[in-house]
Design a protein around this ligand. Structure first.
Ligand code: ADP
Ligand code: MG
Ligand code: MG
Length: 953
């Protein structure tokens, strides 16, 4: 929240100023007072002070808005009095009075909050008109048509905003009037016809609210002002704030401003524009205008507006002045401006200027161009490009013009940026089947690990439930694939293969388009274009022919010059590692070995390994024990023990052999995986995590085995397949856990089955040795997951070290390596000092650390977390952006403690938070060495690291 106004008050001890006047070349406020005056009010004050022609008026502060709500929806008398004085000043200044039947002052009542919320709140134009003043205006302007046009507009807007009479009723009446006049446009209506329309409008009002349209201009003003304040808490505005994380407490300012008229005739106009193209960033004047029109006609689509270039011919002087003023504004603010203007009989007035919103591509181009133009320093350019902008640059986008032709059916959460269009399918199998030859969009209630293949085949993913960290969201971001989740408006009938949304029933095979950057779901097949940067990085486009790519590279270079944090990527396979490297990754911060286990050629061995692990372990323990007993036994006891040993060896032989054979089969496969990874990341550190997930994740689902067994009902009991299925079923049931997340997983697996850790270590070291032999450099880092006690790490470390020594000796190659641990169990963070004694590095697994610190299961938090965030119990979803107070404190203290025990301990992060800009700021601050994130977020992380480094200086 911003408290600038109350601070100012404290400092100067003067009574709070609630109303700020502007006009005659000077304003009470300035452009820096956005918090108090709102963006619009601050921009108007700044322009007035700069001598730019702006109609005069006054702004009532956002503080007054807060007072308004505190007083139960009433403006305090003292503020009302202050406003009255400002109004009188305005009247004196212009020599016109509100409500004067001879020479009436007309004003607009405009909203404006500190954060731009385009179109979310209300505006009233032409206020001050009534049955008398309209005639005064007609006489004074000698233009009755204009006077009645203004009056009908006023009735329309006031009724909509203040009286709650739907706009559409008036629109309908206007359409009828145009029909009667045989005119296509509203400009074709004559004075008499407009006068008649006004009468009809007034009758509508009487019918709808049971009272006459208010004729007293002061009442009109007070009610409009209050309605604008109230629109801050309108449904639209609240929804927008929720979606964009804008604090409720900001409030809106109200600006009351003398009207200037773009509807006075063919020498008058109204328009909007940007100083540069907001879609591409190209330095060209960009905008639209309408002759003889007012206010929002340009954006309302009432008539088709003209491109601003035409204005040079039609209104040359005003155009020249507009160019001059807007480029002055751009230089003054040193940023692209989005402006609104009106031309009254050839005279230009500026009505608004603000920072122009832009696409990622435009943001990049504008920042780099402005450095070249000498408007910005490199540092400022880095501060101007938002991390999200970079993310957009790496993903396909919907064609900005074409997309307008597609109906927006629904809006979900923008889980993974990019754009996709294609035919919808409802199952992963179908996505795989059709994905070969068609563009498909996978539509699911939500996704699970079973859907990976389908997600991989799809262009985009759309789910009805789930949050920003749901399975679909996380996996799609990892794949760099467009994804929208939590789109509650969808109703999916998987059986019938129908999607119901926005009053339509779409069959499988219908076209949908997704905008993963906004969360919008569009009907039909909207064209997309690939990211230029990615096309260059994948060799499909030459860098010299890719201006966007060149700017991307330049900005990244500037970032790399200032950042301190290193950036690595989470990558499990060589292709991801290569992408990551193209995008600037300086190593791999997390390779999840289990992902290698899922491959088709491995899963049978993995299953055999799991099916036999437990029995093999028991058999081995038994054999060990008997052997021990045997060594110490009395002679008479020995024959019995020998017999026991033989029996144990006989019975245990099979599972032990099966277990070890499976490991042997997996060894070369893992070795070649690691070799590929090392080569792709040549010379950079590669952190490989030993097996982490609960074993049952690798086994088929219980229901599936039962289904297969049912199908085999006729078969003989000793049928090999049936036997296998039965054994698997038993094992699956044995492995069932009530809380798998807290169960037999992580290093607990390696401690009970050290053979698995040893196999993985051997694969890693043999791969390292072979890479070194071929004359290349490697930096393997073995990472032990889910450690909660120093002894766990000590034990696993001993296993890994023994293998390293063995491999070096056997292959006669020396290779560097380190052994570290994830810090993801709160106890590990608390015992960080003791754990550091056995660790060469720490890597915070912030996903699990967040789950376990809060006691929230990430996969189940969708039920309550959104509500927690909405009601402000939590400032944001802690799985998206790190929980500064809790988890952040653990990260800081564990880092300090770890380094106190072991100076120079390397510390990084490998959770999803490693790719989140706000979290990166905390990691920078905590002095971490690196962050690791999914490959497509690497550029974003480089930028965020640079921005956080700059903040510290
Ligand atoms: P929004 O925040 O929705 O853009 P504005 O307050 O900017 O609403 O008003 C919308 C439009 O109304 C402006 O772009 C401008 O064209 C017109 N307008 C507002 N105030 C005046 C005025 N005093 N004179 C002429 N036109 C005005
Ligand atoms: Mg508006
Ligand atoms: Mg505006």
């Amino acid at each position: 929240m911003t408290t600038t106004d109350t601070q100012t008050q404290k400092q100067t001890a003067a009574p709070t100023q609630w109303v700020y006047f502007f006009g005659d070349g000077k304003a009470d406020g300035t452009g820096r007072m956005r918090d108090i005056l709102g963006g619009k009010g601050a921009g108007i004050a700044e322009m007035t002070n700069a001598g730019i022609p702006v109609p005069p008026g006054y702004t009532i502060t956002t503080g007054a808005c807060r007072q308004f709500f505190e007083a139960g929806g009433r403006l305090l008398d003292s503020i009302v009095e202050e406003e009255e004085r400002a109004l009188q000043r305005l009247e004196r200044f212009l020599g016109r009075r509100l409500g004067d039947p001879e020479n009436p002052l007309l004003v607009s009542v405009r909203s404006g909050s500190p954060v731009s919320m385009p179109g979310m709140m209300d505006t009233v134009l032409n206020l001050g008109l009534n049955d008398q003043t309209v005639d005064g205006l007609a006489r004074k302007s000698k233009n009755p048509r204009f006077a009645y046009d203004s009056y009908r507009r006023f009735i329309q807007m006031f009724s909509d905003v203040v009286l709650g009479v739907p706009r559409s009723i008036f629109e309908h009446e206007l359409t009828l009037a145009k029909k009667r006049a045989r005119s296509k446009d509203d400009t074709g209506l004559e004075a008499e016809q407009l006068k008649d329309l006004v009468e009809r409008f007034k009758r509508i009002v009487r019918r709808e609210i049971g009272a006459d349209f208010p004729q007293d201009p002061r009442e009109q003003l007070a009610r409009s002002r209050d309605a604008v304040f109230r629109s801050w808490n309108g449904e639209r505005a609240m929804h927008y704030r929720r979606l964009n994380g804008i604090p409720e407490t900001l409030g809106t300012a109200v600006t009351v401003q003398a009207m200037v008229f773009g509807n006075l005739g063919p020498n008058s106009a109204t328009g909007v524009g940007f100083t540069r193209d907001p879609a591409t960033g190209e330095p060209r004047f960009y905008g639209e205008y309408l002759l003889n029109a007012q206010g929002e006609d340009v954006v309302a689509g009432i008539r088709t507006p003209l491109s601003i270039e035409r204005m040079e011919l039609e209104l040359p002087e005003a155009y020249a002045q507009l160019r001059e003023i807007t480029s002055r504004l751009e230089r003054h603010y040193r940023d692209v401006q989005d402006f609104e203007f009106t031309v009254e009989e050839g005279r230009l007035f500026m009505l608004q200027t603000r920072r122009g919103e832009r696409t990622g591509q435009a943001a990049l181009r504008i920042a780099v161009d402005m450095v070249e133009e000498g408007l910005l320093t490199k540092r400022e350019a880095i501060e101007r490009v938002e991390p999200d902008h970079l993310d957009q640059v790496l993903h396909p986008v919907l064609d900005p013009v074409e997309r307008r032709k597609h109906e927006i059916l629904a809006k979900g959460l923008p889980a993974s940026p990019g754009a996709a269009s294609g035919v919808i399918v409802f199952t992963s199998e179908e996505a795989v089947r059709r994905g070969h030859k068609e563009r498909v969009i996978l539509v699911r209630a939500e996704t699970s690990p079973d859907d990976i293949a389908g997600m991989n085949s799809a262009r985009g993913i759309l789910t009805a439930t789930g949050g920003m960290t749901s399975h679909a969201a996380v996996v799609a971001r990892g794949m760099g694939k467009c994804c929208i989740v939590g789109c509650t408006a969808l109703s999916i009938d998987e059986r019938a293969r129908v999607l119901k949304v926005g009053g339509r029933a779409l069959k499988e095979g219908s076209f949908l388009s997704l905008d993963g950057s906004t969360g919008e779901v569009l009907l039909g097949d909207a064209p997309t274009s690939d990211s230029e940067v990615v096309r260059v990085l994948t060799g499909k486009l030459k860098p010299e022919r890719a201006p966007l790519y060149q700017r991307f590279e330049l900005l990244m270079k500037w970032c790399d010059e200032v950042r301190r944090l290193r950036v690595r990527a989470n990558a499990d396979v060589p292709s991801d590692a290569r992408t990551a490297r193209y995008l600037g990754a300086e190593g791999i911060g997390l390779c999840r070995t289990e992902h290698m286990f899922f491959a088709e050629d491995r899963i049978p061995h993995v299953v055999t390994m799991i099916l036999n692990a437990q029995e093999a372990r028991q058999a081995k323990l038994l054999i060990e024990r008997i052997k021990g007993d045997l060594a110490e036994a009395a002679r008479s006891e020995k024959p019995r023990l020998r017999k026991e040993l033989a029996a144990a060896q006989g019975k245990g032989g099979e599972p032990i052999r099966a277990f070890e054979t499976a490991l042997k089969k997996l060894l070369p496969l893992q070795r070649s995986d690691f070799r590929g990874l090392f080569l792709a990341m040549e010379g950079c550190p590669v952190t490989i995590r030993t097996l982490d997930p609960p074993l049952h994740e690798f086994l088929p689902k219980r229901e599936q085995i039962q289904r297969e067994l049912a199908a085999l009902r006729g078969a003989r009991t000793n049928d090999a397949r049936k036997k296998r299925l039965l054994a698997t079923l038993t094992r699956v049931e044995e492995l069932h856990e009530f809380n798998p997340m807290l169960g037999f997983r992580g290093c607990r697996l390696g401690i009970l089955h050290p053979e698995i850790t040893r196999m993985q270590a051997r694969a890693i070291f043999e791969a390292a040795a072979s890479v070194i032999r071929s004359g290349k450099r490697v930096m393997p880092e073995i990472m032990i997951p889910l450690v909660g006690d120093p002894k766990e790490l000590a034990l696993q470390r001993a296993e890994v070290e023994a293998v390293a020594t063995e491999v070096m000796g056997r292959l006669k190659v020396e290779f560097p390596y380190t052994i570290g641990t994830m810090i993801e169990v709160p106890r590990a963070a608390i015992l960080a000092g003791e754990i550091a004694e056995h660790a060469d590095f720490f890597s915070f697994g912030t996903n699990d650390l967040t789950q376990l610190t809060f006691g929230y299961s990430r996969d189940d938090s969708g039920r309550f977390l959104p509500e927690y965030v909405r009601t402000g119990i939590l400032p944001q979803d802690p799985f998206v952006s790190i929980d500064v107070k809790g988890v952040g404190t653990l990260v800081r203290s564990a880092t300090l403690e770890g380094r106190r025990k072991k100076p120079g301990l390397k510390v990084g992060v490998c959770g999803e938070h490693g790719g989140d800009a706000a979290s990166i700021a905390l990691f920078e601050d905590a002095g971490l060495d690196y962050v690791s994130c999914s490959p497509f977020r690497v550029p974003l992380a480089r930028l965020a690291a640079a921005r956080s480094a700059l903040k510290r200086t």
